[in-house]
Design a protein around this ligand. Sequence first.
Ligand SMILES: *Cc1c(COP(=O)(O)O)cnc(C)c1O
Length: 434
Amino acid sequence: MRLYSTNSPSHGHPDYVEFGEAVLRSLPADNGLYMPENIPVLDDGFWQEWKTLSFHDMACRVVSTLLQGAIPEDTLNEIIGDALNFPAPVVTLDNQHRVLELFHGPTLAFKDFGARFMARVMAWLTRDDDHTLTVLVATSGDTGGAVASAFHNVPGTRVIILYPSGKVSGLQEKQLTALGGNITALEIDGSFDDCQRMVKAAFLDEPTARACNLTSANSINISRLIPQMLYYFESARQLETPPVFVIPSGNFGNLTALLLATHMGLPVTQIVAATNVNDVVPEYLKTSQYTPRPSVATLSNAMDVGAPSNFARMRELFGDDWKAMTENITGFASNDVGTRAAIREVYEKWGYVIDPHGAVGYLAAKAWLANHPDDTTIILETAHPAKFPETIAEELGPDVLEIPERLACLASEPKVSIPMAAEPDALIAWLNQA
Ligand SMILES: *Cc1c(COP(=O)(O)O)cnc(C)c1O
């Protein structure tokens, strides 16, 4: 499998890199995004039996077809089995509404799929390097937790997380600081921007980057999208007819993963891109004008993105053809008043507790179904509602939420962090002696 950068100057003759390089570098030097040179279509043999294969066998067939030998079959089988060891059930509310629950992983959000696969792929890529791989991440909340959990106990790796002291929620902080082992949390006396600046400085300090074998777990890493294709296959095969997928979106990685799946042949009726008021993609679909802007804070905070990083990939997958994109993707945006109303409506109609991100999806599904009442929507529930206890209690009262064991037990774990000044030199000095 070869990849090119979406910013390649000459599209006819881009510089290609192999899969391993794209994963370990994360971002091409020209600041574009890595895209597969070609996306193979799954063959007839696959489609004859895809509904009867085990999840594991189906997953291995899909990924190995895409990777075209970049990872040997037996290794890939092991990585997939190990990374995707939790379910993604489809809950039927009624015939029009299904909910795909993507929160059964260790940090209760869909980011576990991508992060766990990436961690194991990186460990395999660096297996002959006797040098420990150091993953450096700055986090404002959720991504750090998913990355820390994904790399926890993965041999040959360690994770250094920088987070702004006092600026992440208590539970988020525990997800970063309670794991121990190969995970180290640096508590920075500054802002998230300071953390990012420090990480960047460490990468640019060539001797430190080399000595520590630094890599990034940036969310636009191509390896994170690959396992996200699999729950689309898994949920679609449970229906008689191709579904309408409704995707609560921020950076549009999840939606891009579905586009990769459809390029491999997965049949869908329509893709609905659901956003909160940070609606640059729905606006683009409506007007053909793409106007990134600063993000606005909402209840569905993981979708507060004003310049979606995967938009370049979406464009590329439609050959920069706005009309083609609008035929396949319908945009729908809603605000926090709608989100709150949707949380109540879903609970009143079906007794189902949906989180604020899924609620944005529900509203988009409703808008689609108003004109297409015979379709079946699959709404992605991207996080567990227990991650948003205040909002749920405000709408549904204090008693409906069940806190999963893995979240509840975090509260009593000790916090272990290393305090550090918001100075790039402090990080570089620490890396060189740690
Ligand atoms: C990251 C995230 C999203 C947005 O996903 P993208 O792939 O960035 O579009 C939606 N919901 C939750 C809970 C998330 O953590």
